[in-house]
Ligand binder design. Structure first.
Ligand code: GRF
Length: 193
């Protein structure tokens, strides 16, 4: 998690109901002092923060991140708005069981500015995507998507906020289904029985 953490908050709220099927064992971030960590602490969940700048190189950070995550033995790693690419060490251990959200309908508008790029392109619908993380930028197999209309008068902020409403609902729904029912990855196809 990298920022405000409203996606994280949606998962924290959902997981308070035991029937949801997923327990959040820890929340990690690539920055300190962010709202998302405060949200996790308020919910009584363990937190850790690992900043790239505190490591000699990116590979060292990636290895430390993989170690920190593995210490909690998660079945599924949710990068709820995590804005860093997973490296080789992380993917070697968590490939196929790590998902991230993106605020656009992939494969359209990957990268850091999904809502802005969709707006600039003039599309009438955009949305959000939950995907299994691979080595590329927003390229992994798609778990779920929600479409969101672009409205006349939208700016980047208003469009992103509308997308985030759909994104939170998608994340809660899909993570719950994955936790309760399991999933398989076959090539680019994700099956949740
Ligand atoms: C989400 O739209 C996420 O996909 C993108 O930035 C936003 C993060 O929102 N990376 P939040 O931190 O969960 O509120």
């Amino acid at each position: 998690m990298s920022g405000a953490g409203t996606n994280l908050q949606a998962l924290l709220d959902a997981s308070r109901d035991p029937s949801y099927g997923a327990e959040i064992v820890a929340v990690g971030a690539d920055r300190t002092g962010i709202e998302g960590l405060t949200r996790a602490e308020a919910a009584g969940v363990d937190t850790f923060a690992l900043r790239v700048a505190d490591f000699p190189d990116r590979a060292g950070w990636d290895m430390a991140l993989a170690d920190a995550v593995e210490a909690y033995k998660p079945d599924l790693v949710v990068m709820a708005g995590f804005m860093k690419l997973a490296g080789d060490a992380f993917l070697a251990r968590f490939g196929g069981r790590c998902v991230n959200t993106h605020p656009a309908l992939l494969p359209a508008f990957p990268g850091m500015h999904g809502p802005r790029d969709a707006l600039d392109h003039g599309v009438k619908f955009t949305g959000c995507t939950l995907f299994v993380v691979d080595a590329g930028v927003d390229t992994g197999p798609i778990v779920d998507q929600r479409a969101v209309p672009v409205l006349a008068g939208d700016d980047e902020h208003s469009l992103h906020e509308r997308i985030k409403v759909a994104e939170r609902a998608m994340l809660v729904d899909a993570v719950g289904r994955m936790a309760r029912e399991g999933w398989t990855v076959t090539g680019r196809k994700i099956t949740i029985p």
